[in-house]
Design a protein around this ligand. Structure first.
Ligand code: GTP
Ligand code: SPV
Ligand code: MN
Length: 636
């Protein structure tokens, strides 16, 4: 889609600093027209219609206002190796690895780029030059869209106003789902000239006419892709990719990378966490947050429909990102900066996540799922009967006729649905509260087929921070990693830190030293233990995760007659199945709560190596003390 016919190309209504910024980028990118988005229903529909006509998206016959977009097969996930934080001083972003930086071998990446397992850094002035070159004339033949948007509820002291400039109409319609979008957000500005607005610039990197053999309906420029962040200027510049996490700049780029660096400066926390409420059978309600790495179960837990324990109710505030502040009473309060869900499709079914499945049958944009001949969606694990006839009529995400015999999935493993939060039927009544919701527990977790028990409680805040810092998880399709390797993923934030991880740890630890804070308790869970013989999951997961949430809930009560007991182990406190108040509601395979000293000693070794190699002089001494103490407990 080259030109948007109904363009509003007046910049008059924009705050002065934003107007200047937009004018500068129009001059740089040379689009053939531009349009300032108002966020209206009409604008949205016109864009969807135009994209449908151009073959960028296909309408799903079976549902109301639902579409499928399929991407260039080279542009299907976040690209962590090309995601960079740019500042003046390197140590603000990464520590020098003990064994030095690897040489940059990719000829398309700037030579002075410093790559580490905890993030990539480059000098901000140098990167600005690199990006100016990529953006010069990059929108020729296309429409430049200006998207004003806001992360967080209206009238919240914690929300942030931003704009994204993009040449992708897919980004416009997706940002309208994922954020509060439209010119009205400028009314929220505390500084009217717009100087505090976070600025994002995005291009698919394919000016028209294009001489490259690009995938016709999904323009992208994988060789030249760079996702860059400038925390000292509150700017994001993203080039070459149209995929969600790389192009919807409000999400990981702003809410986590720029967000965490703002949070450090301003004294709060921006985290890769779901926010949920749990109401127990007596009607007592508590809010929890949980950090699991990408594609490790946040959306599913946030929308959990309890199974196996009667009387519990779960409601959803957010499924991916939490912005958290301690309030005047010392309570930790969380807002969801987003306005929609960009959720993993595969594995979503009536039995695993009925709430999500219900919500995506209206006003939803699917990316890289498969389509059936009767205009329905299809993906691995949707649990839908496919008879012989039906099967031959599935169109895969690669736009080919698909059958099981092809030996490849019908939907891409990182295929996604994009749906407004308002369509979630179990939205918590406080989801939009400008003050956020009070958090009583922080849950970390990962995909660990061996060794890590179903659940444990940390001894205190400092130990809990160490537990977050030590997180490891099997890699998933949410980024470009191949195969299933156990990767370190501290706080589920490894791809999203906006500043030095060592300083991030100090920031978390600092709350443990402040007077008057009601610090939440910190837990670690693992739904993914497997039987080594059968390779089957040992824990039913999904709805039955309420049985673990129930134990955590009962650990948090002040009423000693109701408080769940726990067994002390070297790694933390675990449910005591020799009593009646351990994990309830059914069987618990004893292997789920086994602690092997040998396993944990090797874990300690891996964690120590990782910290020494990648955090070294920036590692807070408290974390080393916790690691030493754990190792000592395990050796006793
Ligand atoms: P991002 O959106 O990438 O941040 O992922 P997420 O953390 O929200 O993960 P999500 O809830 O979408 O789950 C990812 C995959 O894990 C899906 O295929 C789920 O079906 C699967 N999954 C989620 N919860 C469980 C569980 O309790 N047990 C098992 N076995 N699989 C689960
Ligand atoms: C993730 O990868 O953690 C996601 C999807 O939530 S993306 O928006 O691509 O980051
Ligand atoms: Mn995520």
């Amino acid at each position: 889609m080259e030109v948007y016919a109904h363009a509003n190309n007046s910049l008059d209504g924009l705050p002065s600093k934003i107007r200047e910024y937009v004018q500068e980028k129009i001059t740089l990118c040379q689009p053939s027209s531009f349009h300032v988005c108002d966020g209206s229903e009409q604008e949205n529909q016109e864009l969807l219609d135009a994209m449908e006509q151009a073959g960028v998206i296909r309408r799903l016959k079976k549902y109301k206002n639902c579409y499928i977009a399929t991407t260039d097969p080279r542009d299907v996930a976040r690209v962590e190796s090309r995601t960079i934080i740019c500042t003046k001083n390197m140590n603000d972003v990464v520590s020098t690895p003990r064994s030095g930086f690897p040489p940059v071998t990719d000829p398309n990446l700037p030579k002075n780029l410093k790559q580490t397992p905890l993030g990539n850094w480059m000098d901000s002035d140098e990167m600005m030059e690199v990006m100016e070159k990529r953006f010069a004339g990059c929108m020729r033949g296309r429409t430049l869209f200006v998207i004003p948007y806001m992360m967080g509820p209206y009238s919240s002291p914690y929300s942030k106003v931003a704009i994204e400039i993009t040449d992708s109409p897919y980004v416009v319609v997706s940002m309208r789902i994922m954020t509060r979008m439209g010119t009205q957000v400028f009314k929220e500005l505390k500084v009217p000239d717009g100087s505090t607005v976070v600025k994002c610039l995005h291009s698919v990197g394919v000016p028209l006419p294009s001489d490259k053999p690009v995938c016709s309906t999904w323009p992208s420029n994988p060789e030249q892709t760079l996702i860059t962040h400038f925390p000292e200027r509150n700017e994001i510049i993203s080039f070459g990719s149209g995929y969600g996490g790389n192009s919807l700049c409000g999400k990981k780029c702003l809410a986590l990378r720029i967000g965490s660096s703002l949070a450090k400066r301003e004294g709060w926390l921006a985290e890769h966490m779901l926010i949920m409420s749990i109401t127990n059978p007596e009607g007592v309600k508590k809010y929890f947050v949980a950090a699991f790495p990408s594609a490790c179960g946040k959306t599913n837990l946030a929308m959990l429909r309890p199974k196996g324990l009667p009387g519990y109710k779960v409601e959803c505030v957010g499924d991916d990102i939490a912005w958290m502040h301690f309030d005047e009473e010392g309570r930790l309060r969380a807002i969801n900066p987003e306005f929609g869900f960009f959720g993993v499709a595969p594995g979503t079914s009536k039995s695993t996540n009925p709430i999500a499945l219900d919500m995506v049958h209206e006003n939803t944009i699917f990316t890289n799922v498969a389509e059936t001949s009767d205009g329905d969606v299809y993906w691995e694990g949707i649990d839908q009967e496919i008879d012989g006839l039906h099967e031959t009529l599935i169109r895969s995400w690669k736009n080919k006729r698909w059958s099981v015999d092809l030996g490849e999935p019908a939907a891409h493993p990182n295929s996604r649905f994009c749906t407004s939060i308002k369509q979630c039927s179990i939205l918590d009544p406080e989801w939009n509260n400008p003050q956020g919701v009070p958090i009583e527990a922080i849950i970390f977790g990962g995909r660990r087929p061996v060794g890590v028990p179903l659940v444990f409680e940390s001894f205190n805040w400092q130990h809990g921070v160490f537990v977050g810092a030590s997180m490891r998880s099997e890699s998933t399709a949410a980024a470009e990693f191949k195969g299933k390797q156990i990767m370190h993923d501290p706080f589920a934030m490894r791809p999203f830190f906006g500043y030095n991880f060592g300083q991030y740890l100090s920031h978390w630890l600092s709350f443990g030293k402040k007077e008057g804070l009601q610090l939440p308790k910190i837990y670690h869970v693992n739904w993914f233990l497997k039987d080594s013989q059968t390779n089957q999951f040992l824990w039913p997961g999904f709805g039955e995760n309420i049985r673990v949430i129930d134990w955590i809930f009962r650990r948090l009560t002040n009423d000693s007659s109701k408080k769940a007991s726990a067994r002390k182990t070297a790694i933390g406190l675990i449910p005591d199945q020799s009593t009646s108040d351990g994990i309830r509601g059914g069987e618990v395979n004893p292997a789920l709560l086994e602690i092997s000293n040998d396993f944990w000693l090797s874990e300690c070794k891996a964690i120590r190596n990782y910290f020494e190699e990648n955090v070294n002089e920036n590692l807070p001494k408290e974390i080393t003390l916790e690691l030493d103490a754990l190792q000592k407990r395990l050796s006793q």
